[in-house]
Every structure is written in C-alpha cells, then in structure tokens.
Write a protein that binds this ligand. Structure first.
Ligand code: GAP
Length: 500
C-alpha cells in the first residue's frame, strides 16, 4: 500500500478529511475537513497569521469570493486561465490533455510539452492514445477556462468564483493605502477559499476544485527594493533548486547572485523556510525551485516555488512571484481609476510593484500528514513501543495540546478530570477529554491524532493533587502538581518538547 493510500484511509477514520457529499457518492475535487482536521488547519492558518501578518505589522483583509467579470478580464484570468483538454468522442469523458500526453509519452522520453495544442493532437494521434475509460478516440485538444462562472443579481451579470484571493487585495489597495498611512511599503494578506474547475482533480488535497489560500501581497516602490530587517536573517540558509541542482544557499547569496528577484523575495523565502519547519515539514524533503522563464505566469517577472517531496511525487505548495505593477496597472486601465500613489521621497506618483507569497493550506496540510506519519514501531526484542500508526505533529499545530483522562469513571476521578479540563481550557489550552476505554487504548487514540501530551487523573490525584503527564513520542511519564500543569504544558509547547 502506498503512503498516500494509508494517509487517505487514516484521514477518513480519524476525521482529518473526507470527500464532500459522501452520501451522494462524493464530489471529485471537493473535501470536508473533519473535527480533527479542522483544528489542525486553523492552527496552520493561525501560525501563518502570527508569522506573516502580526509579527510584521502587516494588514489582513477578507474580500469577496464572487468577483465580477471585468475584474478578472483585467487580471487576465478570463482570457488566459485555462488548461488544454481533450474529449472522448464515444463516452464524452474530458481529460487534461497535457497531463495525459506527459504521462503517456513525454515523461517516458524525457521531453516537455512545448505549449502548443497541435503538439498534443500530434502525440495523441501518432501514439494512438485512447480514452482510458472506454478506449474511444479523442477529439482535438482545446483550451478550457478553469473558473466557475456565475451571475450576479436578476440580470445575472457575468461573474466568477475567484481563482485566487489576490485580486480582492489589489482592488482594495487604494482604500487601504489611503486609510493606513499613505506610505510604501504596505503589505496586505488574506486567508480564504479559491476555486478552480480542475479538469482532472486528483491526489486528494493536492489538486482540488475548492481550496484555501494564504496570500500576502507586498506593495513597494520599485526603486526601493530593500527590506528592513533582512540583515538580521540574511546569513540563514535554505535549499535552492536551480536548473535541477539542489544547493544550500543563504538569503544573502540568493540576493547577491540574483537568484531571487530582490531582497524582499529573499526575506520571505527565509521566513517560509522557517514556517515550514515549524509546522512539521522535513527540511531534507523541501526546497525552493527557481522557475525557468518559460514557466513563469503571465503576470510575473520572476517566480520561485516551494516544492515538497511526497509519495505522490513532488508537490508545489507555495508560489513566490514578483508581480511587478501588472495587476495595479491592469486594474487602473480597466476600471478607469488610476491606482498609482504619491511617493513623498520622489515627489511624484508611481505605480507600486508587488511581491507575492501565495501558499496553499490544503497541500501543506497534506504534506504535514505525510511527513509526520509514523509507522507502528514495536521493538523487535522486547515488543515494547507503539503498536499503532501515529502522527508526530509539532505541538504548535497538533489538533489538541493535551488529552485529559480519568483513570476510572468512579470515585470522583471523572469529576476531578472534568475540573482539570475546564481549568486548562480557561487558560487557553486545547483539551480533549475522554473518559471511556482502557487507559492504554486512550493513549493510543491520542497518539493516532498526534496529541503531544496526555494527562491522567488517578487515585493519587485525589490524595496529593498531582497528575501524570505522558509524552507522546517516548511514552514516558512524569508527575506534576495540578497547579503547575498549565505552566509545564505551555513551556513544553513553546520548546516543541515531545519526549520526557
Ligand atoms: N495568486 C497566485 C496563485 O494563486 P498558484 O501557484 O496558482 O498562484 C498558489 O497557487 C498555491 O495555491 C499553490 O502553490 C498551491 O499550494 C495552492 N493551489 C493552487 N491550485 C490548487 C489546487 N487545485 N488544489 C489545491 N491547492 C492549490
């Protein structure tokens, strides 16, 4: 069984995520986060907010999902946000043509698609590629726009579910600039759903039709592309993939060698590296890939993607793009309102440039599950060790900080455990309370969803006011006074301590 199959099975059983509309057979490309998964997702988003918004003093917005057509004409999505598709003449199945041809032909011959529809038709015809469902013939390849279309109001004015959260930030820029200091640089982020009608959604959370993005748009004066504070971190290193080669490079090096577009991009790459380590991605299995010129999106002058190694292969999880003044200029032209701003130092109006950090939450969530997954590990000689699959989540993103268990549901142990639960919850800790089942079984349940600590209330608790804290990764326990539990747990969470 492949790791992704195991993860999918565990995701269903342990309430991480499951297909949408299950009683109706599920809907391809749509997933629900279950009660456990949603807690982890919120923590990932919370940590992003902490690191990319609050600690930097940046702004956060929440803009509309339904976007009128003119906005997306200006951004280029109506004309260019499309993938090539072929349709089976017999069973009408539609398949993404570039992926089909890449899998069946290009990969086998070490070639790459040149971007022309005729080339796809040529390979499909000459190599005799047939519909995988019914073996029928495919028609000619054509472009298929990925946006979900809708209509606003009784007139049903053309509109779309946004394909990225970024456009709402660009159209809000003039007001935020005016209301928040009228100075550059200015950075605005947003966490929200985006929608893409992927032709062949696959690989669970990796290619979805509705997904969550955490995007940051950093507006700056192009003649001042330095970043205050970069000097403090510039010697830190990360792994870069340049023309297929992996190499360790510092923020300073990638800036000086012009691997990144500018110091601002270098600063955010270092920050992303830090963020990924904190949420549990294995740094030996992630890197930043510098995109070739022919891979760069229409709006960008330089792109560096975060890529993560998974059992599905390499997954792109973050796009860093130097979007220049493309979006603000386009919205100025199409709306008839000039979005340039007055810059005091130059005594003139300029169109700000934008550095974008665009992260997908769901792909990251999935990669965390793979990287934190641990097999059953009983010791060959003694038989000791875990006999269940579990998750080694960093405490910062575990669904609950601690599980609280009464040893028995009698003699006042459960009342005491409920009291301790309420006390810890009131101190801001996320606590799972479970009273039934053997204590061993309950420890296993906590491990299985990656809870780092389990606190047990036993008969000694009633006598001397102490409890045991069990550490997830080594199963060892210590006795702590109830009054000291909050401090002890918070200290362990802060230091990512998961063994005694
Ligand atoms: N605003 C720029 C933008 O949207 P992107 O590279 O198309 O850039 C950014 O998307 C991130 O959003 C990706 O790196 C990925 O993590 C996530 N993403 C994009 N399409 C996705 C999909 N179909 N399913 C899940 N996540 C997706």
């Amino acid at each position: 069984m492949q790791l992704h199959d195991k993860i999918f099975e565990l995701a269903l059983k342990r309430s991480f995520f499951f297909p949408s509309n299950e009683p109706y057979g599920g809907t391809g490309g749509f997933y629900e986060y279950g009660p456990v998964g949603v807690l982890i997702k919120h923590k990932i988003e919370g940590l992003w907010r902490e690191m990319f918004i609050k600690s930097e003093g940046f702004h956060e917005v929440e803009t509309s999902i339904v976007t009128p057509e003119p906005v997306l004409v200006a951004s280029g999505h109506v004309s260019s946000f499309a993938d090539p598709v072929v349709e089976c003449a017999k069973c009408n199945t539609r398949i993404r043509a570039d992926t089909l041809v890449e899998e069946r032909h290009y990969h086998l011959h070490g070639e790459k698609w040149d971007g022309k529809l005729e080339s796809l038709d040529h390979v499909i015809e000459t190599k005799g590629i047939k519909c995988p469902k019914c073996k029928g013939d495919f028609g000619k390849a054509h472009m298929f726009n990925l946006m979900f279309q809708t209509g606003i109001g009784g007139e049903r004015s053309p509109a779309y579910a946004r394909p990225e959260t970024a456009q709402g930030i660009f159209t809000s820029f003039p007001r935020i600039f005016k209301n928040h200091g009228t100075k550059l640089p200015l950075a605005v982020g947003q966490v929200g759903r985006s929608f893409r009608n992927e032709i062949s959604p696959r690989k669970g959370l990796v290619r979805m039709r509705e997904f969550t993005q955490m995007e940051l748009e950093y507006f700056f004066n192009p003649s001042e592309s330095s970043f205050a504070g970069f000097g403090d971190v510039s010697s830190e290193k990360m792994t870069m993939k340049i023309s297929g080669e992996l190499q360790e490079m510092s923020g300073k090096e990638i800036t000086e060698k012009k691997v990144s577009s500018n110091e601002i991009m270098s600063y955010f790459l270092l920050k992303e590296w830090e963020f990924y380590k904190k949420v549990g991605i294995d740094e030996k299995r992630m890197w930043f890939r510098v995109l070739d010129d022919n891979e760069i999106p229409h709006y960008s002058k330089g792109n560096i993607d975060m890529e993560v190694d998974t059992s599905f292969g390499i997954v792109e999880t973050i796009g860093n793009a130097y979007r220049t003044d493309f979006d603000l200029s386009q919205h100025s032209e199409h709306s008839g309102n000039n979005l340039s701003v007055f810059v005091e130092s130059e005594k003139k109006k300029i169109m700000p440039h934008v550095l974008e950090v665009s992260m997908g939450v769901d792909r990251l969530f999935y990669c965390i599950l793979e990287h934190c997954y641990r097999e059953k590990d009983p010791d060959k000689n003694t038989g000791a060790g875990k006999e269940w699959e579990w998750f080694d989540f960093p405490p910062a993103i575990a669904p609950y900080h601690v599980a609280v268990y009464p040893l028995m549901t009698k003699d006042g142990l459960d009342e005491k455990a409920k009291e301790v639960t309420a006390m810890l919850r009131s101190k801001g800790l996320d606590v799972m309370y479970r009273a039934s089942g053997s204590i061993g079984r309950r420890y296993a349940r906590a491990d299985e969803v990656g809870i780092p600590y389990a606190l047990t209330i036993d008969y000694d608790t009633l006598k001397d006011g102490t409890v045991t804290i069990r550490y997830r990764n080594d199963g060892k326990q210590e006795r702590v006074k109830i009054d000291d539990c909050e401090t002890r747990l918070k200290e362990c969470i802060k230091n990512q301590k998961v063994t005694l």
